[in-house]
Ligand binder design. Structure first.
Ligand SMILES: [Zn+2]
Length: 73
């Protein structure tokens, strides 16, 4: 498996992140965690409707990288 080289690594350090999810949701999300940002582009950004990946849907709050960056600035 590829391990991250981006800001999402921080999620693992928090420890309680996955405990706050149901195991079913955690399993579903883990599948997309290891996907690339440009893989499985079957979704659209809830802000600008740009195509986004399954990864972004689950891990970027349903937004493209651009909108997600703005929201979290
Ligand atoms: Zn967007």
């Amino acid at each position: 498996m590829m391990s991250g080289n981006n800001e999402e690594d921080g999620l693992w350090e928090k420890g309680t992140f996955f405990q706050s999810m149901s195991s079913e949701e955690a399993k579903r999300k883990l599948k997309t965690f290891y996907k690339k940002h440009d893989e499985d582009m079957n979704y659209s950004c809830r802000k600008c409707k740009r195509k986004i990946s399954a990864h972004n849907r689950d891990w970027h709050d349903g937004m493209c990288d651009n909108c997600f960056g703005k929201e979290n600035h």
